[in-house]
Ligand binder design. Structure first.
Ligand SMILES: [Zn+2]
Length: 139
């Protein structure tokens, strides 16, 4: 389980939150982050003065980012929704390779499904303890 500490930001708008509207794959409907709050849920937590918001990232999660060229080849717009690994590979017509992922991006160090971990070529499964939602808010 991971927890997030919500910082007070009275000027925050829904559009400021850099989290998906829905975590479900736009092609097959699979929830790619069953334990993670959506943009609206994060916003609502801010609005209601909630001090903490729990998120779970585990072996059921497929939270990642690929290089912009890969996302574009899959006919996806930036922030155009989520794709599970299987559907992303179907769109690309090939298996993902480690070089398709930005190895230095925060999201690519998260726990994930065995398929995601295998495609990334590496993965940290245990060091992720705190998800700071302010890092997800656009500056
Ligand atoms: Zn899918």
């Amino acid at each position: 389980m991971t927890s997030s500490i919500l910082h007070n930001n009275p000027k925050l708008t829904l559009e400021d939150i850099n989290a998906p509207v829905r975590w479900c794959c736009v092609d097959c409907g699979k929830n790619t982050a069953p334990g993670c709050p959506t943009r609206q849920q994060i916003f609502d937590a801010y609005q209601t003065g909630q001090k903490r918001l729990d998120a779970v990232l585990d072996t059921n999660s497929e939270v990642y980012t690929v290089r912009p060229a890969i996302w574009k080849k899959a006919r996806m717009e930036p922030f155009g929704g989520c794709l599970c690994i299987g559907c992303l590979e179907k769109r690309l017509g090939r298996q993902l390779k480690p070089k398709d992922f930005d190895q230095y991006h925060l999201l690519n160090g998260l726990p994930g499904t065995p398929l995601l971990i295998q495609r990334r070529g590496k993965g940290s499964m245990g060091d992720w303890r705190l998800l700071d939602l302010t890092a997800l808010a656009a500056t």
